[in-house]
Design a protein around this ligand. Structure first.
Ligand code: TYM
Length: 367
């Protein structure tokens, strides 16, 4: 088995390279593998779109392959309704397709269809410490929100997430800032695995966008925009009507003062500047420059109108796609088949390295 190059842990985008020494020119390695996952909910918000989905779409032109997974197995770690889960998977599939994922150019699948994730997660648990899992901020936050049961699955969540990525030997994982800790953990897990059992897994790098990595709640800019724990009026959904979006932005909480600049003590205004920069595809400085001498009201109206215009085609395409469950199921099933073909190879290597199951050379027809 070939030793695998660790991708650099940085937020820079760019192909993974192998370097032969300080003076050696960078030579392109095997093509970049991108992987990311998203929870199945029908209520994807602007934070998901800017921090995650927009990056997935861009990744299709860069990676071979770009692999995206709707993580139904993660969704069962908190209270949920089984009947709704399947519907939410279809909702999310339709949103991703509407946003620009193309099953011809990426692998889009449902996590629960590829059993290798669950088995790899178990095997990786042997190189994951309970202490690390206990310290994860997401575990602490989510366990505090549970009314009935804090499931072992919630504690285990990051191990399954590590399995998701490591199963595909992904180089890059596009995510928002809130996933940084999980990405660091999976690198530790992969490194520990390779140290203990031999070079088998690739250490993935997080790809966290420079602007828009943490979109804030419009009503409470001390918190990130989120489907749980944030305010309804402060959360802009991808499927909101344009009028609703404009209204939510018009009512956005801004800060004292009147200057339109990014500053630590101006989280509300900074958030609006960054959102507009992403929508316009320009730098935050360009937005500040454009709004110099103008008031907060102008900024709120502009961001609201432009976000509404930006998301409108996604909502329209969603409406057209969401009606056909069997088409969505077909896309997911095809994606799962392609995903399984890759994940099964990694799992076989992991089992071999760990001594699980029969040794590979003993398998096959007797001579
Ligand atoms: P999820 O479904 O909560 O979020 C999907 C993506 O949206 C990003 N995001 C945000 N970005 C900017 N601002 C925000 N306010 C904001 N809120 C969410 C998230 O960072 C994420 O990129 N644990 C993951 C799902 C997962 C996964 C994986 C991700 C499972 N396996 C493997 C990457 C690789 C999650 O709950 O994402």
């Amino acid at each position: 088995m070939a030793a695998l190059a660790a991708a650099p842990d940085s937020d820079q985008t760019g192909p993974a390279v192998l370097r032969g020494g300080t003076d050696a020119p960078a030579v392109p390695s095997r093509s970049v593998v991108i992987f990311s996952g998203i929870q199945p909910t029908g209520r994807k918000h602007l934070g998901n779109h800017i921090g995650g989905i927009r990056q997935y779409v861009a990744g299709q032109d860069k990676a071979a392959p770009a692999i995206y997974c709707i993580v139904d197995l993660h969704a069962v770690t908190v209270e949920y309704e089984p009947v709704k889960l399947r519907e939410r998977v279809y909702d999310t599939t339709a949103i991703l397709l509407a946003a620009g994922l193309d099953p011809e150019r990426c692998i889009l699948f449902r996590q629960g269809d590829v059993h290798e994730h669950a088995e790899l997660s178990w095997l990786l648990s042997s190189v994951t410490s309970v202490g690390e899992l206990n310290r994860m901020h997401q575990f602490r936050d989510k366990s505090a929100q549970q009314r009935r049961l804090v499931s072992a699955g919630l504690l285990f969540y990051p191990v399954l997430q590590a399995a998701d990525v490591l199963a595909y030997r992904a180089d890059e994982v596009p995510v928002g800032e809130d996933q940084r800790e999980h990405l660091e953990l999976m690198r530790d897990v992969a490194e520990r695995f390779n140290g203990r059992f031999g070079e088998t897994l690739v250490l993935p790098a997080s790809r966290i966008p420079e602007v828009g990595a943490r979109v804030l709640d419009l009503q409470d800019p001390a918190r990130k925009m989120s489907t749980t724990g944030a305010t309804e009026q402060g959360t802009v959904y991808v499927l909101d009507e344009p009028g609703t979006i404009a209204k939510k932005f018009r009512r956005a909480v801004t800060d004292s003062g009147s200057e339109i600049v990014r500053a630590e003590d101006k989280p509300g205004v900074t958030n609006l500047i960054e959102i507009l920069a992403v929508v316009r595809g320009v730098s935050p400085e360009a937005v500040e420059h454009d709004f110099a001498g103008r008031g907060y009201g102008d900024l709120k109206t502009a961001v609201g109108d432009e976000v509404a215009g930006w998301l409108a085609p996604v909502r329209e395409r969603y409406e057209a796609l969401r009606g056909d469950d069997s088409q969505l199921e077909g896309i997911l099933a095809e994606g799962a088949e392609k995903a399984r073909a890759i994940a099964a190879g990694t799992l076989a290597d992991v089992r071999e390295a760990m001594g699980v199951g029969p040794a590979r050379r003993s398998v096959g027809p007797a001579t």
